[in-house]
Design a protein around this ligand. Structure first.
Ligand code: WTA
Length: 630
């Protein structure tokens, strides 16, 4: 075992004493002895208008069902039930604009009013239970209203990260057959306007299903409005259709709540489907236990609602726990490198949950930017999206957490809906290890043949038990659900990650084993980047790989075969970057390029990424015997 694996931080007594879970060994053992009862007890802490007949229905596994027969709605638990007590007056959401000049706050009472208004408008547009609504909004309060409004009326939201290109957005709108798109005139990105509405116009140009586009005025930018299809949100809210109470529809626990497109190893993005009942139980419980969340907390999750972290732990998890959510529109370094610390100080944030890339970026600016602020309100810190290197962990702990805030590293996926490997605050933490499987879960690390590997050995990370917030299927593609996640080791959920376990049962996640790259914590498929590259007229063939990067975790390297007559140059590289930004997303831009004569491939024509990686890193290319012969 390495010395890093020996490094252990014990949580301070005052944290352990106040935590929901103080005796974690007992809680873990109790859940392990009967996971289904454990989840039934947690579900019992939420409201159901009709109780379930069965907690877990595994008759059609791996198409698991949870809380079958029950009626509920995640909005009943995230909003409505808080209105019945004094909590109605408590702040549900505090929002600040990118330049920190505007603040908007909503009590649970006024959040409900906003959600009702948006829901009334959607209903008036003919949105019905089971319809998909695409949401393409920046981090502004309306994204909360839109997601909750869809859920309230039983519609399915499909949030698309407001940094995707028109093509990526259009594909997602068409695949989900959305009738309504909710967007804004623009979003602020480092002081400049990113023209969201223009992108929507482009995306829906040929869309057969979109009837209405709702546009939130956010940047004040002038945009083209189609007189029939497009509607300013602030004008809609003045109409009589927007007014009045809107009942929260009680849906079946297994009715879909949202789809979220995410990148896989091959081809087009997969739409992960989550449901009301299990998802609410999973996100409520994991946020409560891992971050010890209480109604008096002010919780800041920096993730964008365009990703799963924003869904589970910015929007739903904290509201289900009756906490106060803090949301900032901007990035961690704009307008200045201490914007985060200033906001934490001013708003008295108690829990701060962010990504290793942000931590590494902020660390670079030096301690003084942090220490000039009073961060004593902080109790707990969290990390998500990619492995956190011990150096960044220690800095986060020592400087931001002032040596006494536990750091909760959380490993999970769009597919899992909720944390799967993490710690609760009372557990000792090891920098670089995500921790232990959540209560009720068991993980294993397997070799190719499916045998458990010895402790300290790398292998494929799998999950053994079903859990309430698991995806139910891939929307419109159940076969791919089975083949991607449940085929390599039948009966076990394949995560796609490599990991090791140590003698204490802590899991050390290494990274993806497939063709998914995590760049700054964002999930991208090599296939998507490659198809963006080959859509450039100067490119014949392309392969994308991830290479280690000090700040971003991974950076994209592209090997590109150029068309006849094209010459490699810095200008061409820049042109290809811009092209990828425009056809996929700025987050997918390759950092580095090479322009070989041909790509290394196996005899069956598969690109050998291992060889490309070795070449790019200047390492030994290893066994090339399976390379295609000339
Ligand atoms: C990676 C994000 C190490 C992992 C919530 C996983 C992590 C993928 C961690 C899912 C972590 C996420 N430590 N790796 N704490 N959290 N990952 O779907 O490779 O965007 O499979 O969900 O992110 O990415 P996704």
């Amino acid at each position: 075992m390495t010395s890093e694996q020996q490094e252990v931080f014990e949580p301070p007594d005052e944290i352990v004493d106040k935590a929901w879970i103080s005796d974690w060994q007992a809680a873990e053992a109790a859940a392990a002895s009967d996971p289904v009862s454990y989840w039934a007890e947690r579900a019992g802490e939420l409201e159901w208008s009709k109780p379930w007949d069965k907690v877990l229905d595994d008759r059609k596994a791996p198409f698991f069902k949870w809380f079958t027969g029950a009626k509920t709605n995640i909005v009943t638990n995230a909003v409505d039930r808080h209105l019945k007590s004094a909590r109605r007056n408590k702040l549900a959401l505090i929002w600040v604009s990118e330049d920190n000049s505007k603040v908007r706050t909503f009590s649970y009472f006024s959040l409900n009013r906003e959600v009702e208004q948006m829901a009334n408008i959607l209903k008036a547009m003919g949105v019905e239970k089971g319809d998909v609504v695409t949401i393409y909004l920046p981090r502004i309060p309306e994204i909360f209203f839109a997601m909750l409004a869809c859920a309230k009326i039983g519609a399915i939201h499909s949030v698309v990260f407001a940094g995707y290109s028109a093509e990526a957005l259009g594909t997602r709108i068409d695949d989900s057959e959305s009738k309504v798109v909710i967007t804004a005139d623009g979003s602020w990105v480092n002081g400049k306007v990113f023209a969201l509405k223009d992108i929507v116009d482009e995306a829906v140009k040929f869309s057969p299903t979109v009837e209405n586009v709702i546009v939130v005025a956010n940047t004040g930018t002038e945009v083209a409005m189609d007189t029939i299809r497009d509607h300013w949100y602030h004008e809609l809210t003045r109409l009589p259709i927007a007014k009045g109470h809107c009942e929260t529809v009680q849906v079946d626990a297994e009715d879909p709540l949202f789809i979220l497109y995410t990148s896989g190893s091959t081809g087009k993005p997969k739409a992960i489907l989550h449901t009301h009942g299990g998802y609410q139980v999973g996100t409520y419980t994991t946020l409560r236990y891992s971050f010890d969340i209480k109604p008096e907390d002010r919780w800041w999750c920096t993730a964008d609602p365009g990703w799963v972290t924003g869904h589970s732990y910015l929007v739903y998890g904290p509201l289900l726990n009756g906490a106060t959510v803090f949301m900032a529109e901007g990035s961690p370094t704009y307008p200045y490198p201490d914007i985060n610390w200033q906001l934490i100080e001013y708003y008295g944030i108690t829990g701060f949950y962010t990504a290793p890339t942000a931590i590494r970026t902020l660390m670079r600016f030096g301690d003084a930017w942090v220490t000039k602020h009073d961060l004593s309100s902080l109790r707990l810190l969290g990390s998500v999206g990619e492995p956190i290197n011990p150096e960044a962990w220690r800095w986060f702990h020592r400087v931001v957490g002032q040596g006494h805030c536990p750091i909760i590293d959380t490993w999970w996926q769009t597919e899992t809906g909720m944390f799967q490997i993490t710690t609760v605050p009372a557990m000792p933490q090891k920098p670089g290890s995500a921790g232990r499987p959540v209560f009720g879960q068991q993980a294993a690390i397997l070799d190719e043949a499916g045998n458990e590997v010895p402790d300290g050995t790398e292998g494929f990370l799998v999950l053994k038990n079903p859990w309430p917030a698991m995806m139910r299927t891939l929307f419109k593609d159940p076969d791919r659900y089975i083949s991607t996640y449940w085929s390599k080791y039948p009966g076990l959920y394949l995560t796609g990650d490599a990991a090791k376990r140590d003698a204490d049962g802590y899991i050390w996640v290494i990274g993806r084993t497939d063709d998914v790259i995590k760049v700054s914590g964002h999930r991208l498929g090599t296939a998507e980047v490659e198809s963006a590259l080959v859509s450039h007229p100067g490119v014949v063939e392309a392969a994308a790989i991830g290479l280690p990067h000090e700040i971003k975790g991974n950076a994209i390297h592209a090997s590109v075969i150029l068309a006849n007559g094209q010459q490699p140059s810095r200008e061409l590289e820049e042109e290809l970057r811009t092209h990828v930004a425009e056809t996929l997303s700025p987050i997918a831009k390759p950092d580095t390029f090479d322009f070989p004569e041909k790509l290394p491939k196996t005899r069956s024509g598969k690109i050998m990424r291992r060889v490309l990686r070795a070449r790019a890193l200047g390492q030994d290319e290893g066994d090339l015997s399976t390379l295609e012969s000339d």
